[in-house]
Design a protein around this ligand. Sequence first.
Ligand SMILES: CC(C)(COP(=O)(O)OP(=O)(O)OC[C@H]1O[C@@H](n2cnc3c(N)ncnc32)[C@H](O)[C@@H]1OP(=O)(O)O)[C@@H](O)C(=O)NCCC(=O)NCCS
Length: 161
Amino acid sequence: MESAYPVERSKTTQTRLVLPPDTNHLQTIFGGKVLAYIDEIAALTAMKHSKSAVVTASIDSVDFVSSATVGDALVLEAFVTSTGRTSMEVYVKVHSNNLLTGEEKLTTESFLTMVAVDEYGRPIPVPKVIPHSEEEKRLFDTAPARKANRKDRAMIGKEKL
Ligand SMILES: CC(C)(COP(=O)(O)OP(=O)(O)OC[C@H]1O[C@@H](n2cnc3c(N)ncnc32)[C@H](O)[C@@H]1OP(=O)(O)O)[C@@H](O)C(=O)NCCC(=O)NCCS
């Protein structure tokens, strides 16, 4: 197996139509529905990079900065920003697009940690990632700080148990 691949290899885009069953009484999409889409595209992205099964270890905090309404297209874009030994950080950006007016709005963005696992659910090593674009390099360079924050948060969580 190659030991490093360009970020490009994992890039994934999905477009979803916002339908009535996915929305509340204001006809805007449920946050949980968007989270499910985010989790799914992150899994696809990490599987493309690692060529293995993956599980979601964590989802960083998610802020919804605008909503999406029935009839909008929800466009999700994702790629692996950096890797550890067995984990991959995946960046997901979500836009809503009003196909009638062309108006596009950022809905949310998030970082997820996906872990490659074998058939018994045990973590296995993943290839490294090579950033090329400015955005990829910036997210690659800032990944260690986000990982450290996650570790701190996990420690605090364990202390509370
Ligand atoms: C994620 C999981 C495989 C980690 O297993 P583990 O026994 O803790 O394994 P390790 O301690 O070796 O950690 C493996 C990797 O996961 C990372 N990791 C573990 N917990 C993490 C967390 N909460 N957030 C971010 N990364 C985490 C570790 O940093 C490590 O990364 P690295 O190898 O790149 O350094 C395990 O906790 C699990 O299966 N969780 C359930 C996953 C799941 O079912 N998700 C769906 C929703 S319930």
